[in-house]
Design a protein around this ligand. Structure first.
Ligand code: F6R
Length: 364
């Protein structure tokens, strides 16, 4: 069942490029996303004046990344809420709010309750779900199925990637039907999205290199993941993965916010994984990396291939292939998943079944 992989998690990391293609390609019509077969009418995408995303855990992190690209493309206010918080709030949503509900299992109780609350406010819901016929899929107004195949390891990997691919497709279709993109712009968006698939493959092929990279991490009690903008949202997921399967305390921090107190925690005992793939804020993140390096941190720096940084800034520099900034999440996610995976393996832990966790959280 593991196809020769020692753990399901490593198998599922490797399955991601295929899962991405399975999710993206059937939705393309003349090179642009078409959601007709999903039963998602353009009117729903056209009519809304804001977007609300609800989800938990890794799915919520996919939502945070989505917010960061939906809002500037569509020029629509977009918010992300933790489902377990949202469900007890009095949200300002109505029939003009498109609610995107993200869940791999489709059974997470808080996400389900958040969706029921949204529906009771007459907001149309689109559920981005992996498991066919799950409760969230059945109760949502519309469903966009991700085609990741079954995810067995407790730590979510391929589900996160396909959730993001789905959200990019929804974003592109929305931009198209709202007149933000014409045919050519929508096709270019999709082309760039597809270029991220081989980029992710390249990273996964080089996974043994990441095994060596994480050895200093294994002996650490704490670690930080930093980045700005989209990179910050990726760092949230990197920190969650590391905590979940290696039991190393990890915190994700918006790089520019470190100096407002938290930098006091940085020392030579605290590795920092810094993500800097976004051109417009690259120099700013790098200056934050200099700050942590000056305090002795062991720095693992993740950038694009072409990034120029001074010697000695990073103890380890992992470069991902050159793709559009907007889509760097796919190769970066693979790096972050592999860092967590090899930290867990290095500590001799049960990668697929971390303590205190279940695959599907059906209790409040
Ligand atoms: C972390 C992880 C969890 C889930 C969360 C939501 O690796 O798997 O954080 O993402 O419990 O689960 P779903 O997506 O099934 O609603």
């Amino acid at each position: 069942m593991k196809n020769g992989y020692p753990y399901f998690m490593l198998k599922e990391i490797h399955e991601q490029p295929e899962a991405l293609k399975n999710t993206i390609l059937p939705r393309l019509n003349k090179g642009i996303p078409d959601l007709t077969d999903d039963g998602i009418p353009d009117e729903i995408l056209k009519g809304c004046s804001r977007i609300q995303i609800v989800a938990c855990g890794t799915a919520m992190h996919a939502g945070m990344a989505a917010r960061a690209f939906l809002e500037p493309v569509l020029r629509l206010p977009a918010a992300v809420s933790i489902a377990s918080e949202f469900r007890y709030e009095t949200p300002l949503i109505d029939e003009h709010t498109l609610v995107l509900v993200i869940s791999q299992s489709g059974e997470t109780i808080d996400t389900l309750a958040a969706m029921r609350l949204a529906r009771s406010c007459h907001a149309p819901t689109i559920a981005v779900v992996n498991v066919k016929g799950s409760t969230i899929a059945r109760e949502s107004d519309y469903v966009f199925y991700t085609h990741a195949g079954p995810e067995i390891a407790v730590a979510s990997t391929k589900a996160y990637s396909v959730q993001l691919a789905s959200l990019y497709l929804i974003c592109c279709r929305m931009a198209y039907v709202r007149g933000v993109y014409d045919n050519i712009q929508a096709a270019e968006f999709v082309k760039a999205l597809l270029e991220s698939v081989p980029a992710m493959e390249t990273v996964i092929r080089g996974h043994e290199m990441i095994r060596e990279a994480v050895s200093p991490l294994i002996h650490s009690r704490d670690a930080f993941f930093i980045g700005r903008g989209l990179d910050y949202t990726f760092s949230l997921e990197g920190a969650l993965k590391l905590k979940e399967i290696s039991y190393i305390h990890a915190e994700a921090y918006a790089a520019g916010e470190l100096k407002h107190g938290t930098i006091a925690l940085i020392s030579d005992q605290v590795p920092v994984i810094a993500i800097a793939t976004q051109e417009h804020i690259f120099a700013k993140t790098i200056s934050n990396v200099r700050e942590v390096k000056a305090r002795g941190a062991y720095v693992i720096l993740l950038t694009k291939e072409s990034a120029m940084v001074e010697d000695g800034l990073a103890d380890l520099h992992i470069r991902i292939p050159e793709i559009a900034d907007r889509f760097t999440v796919f190769p970066i996610a693979a790096v972050l998943q592999l860092i967590a995976y090899y930290a867990s393996v290095g500590k001799g832990l049960n990668v697929d079944q971390p303590r205190n966790l279940a695959k599907s959280v059906t209790v409040e």
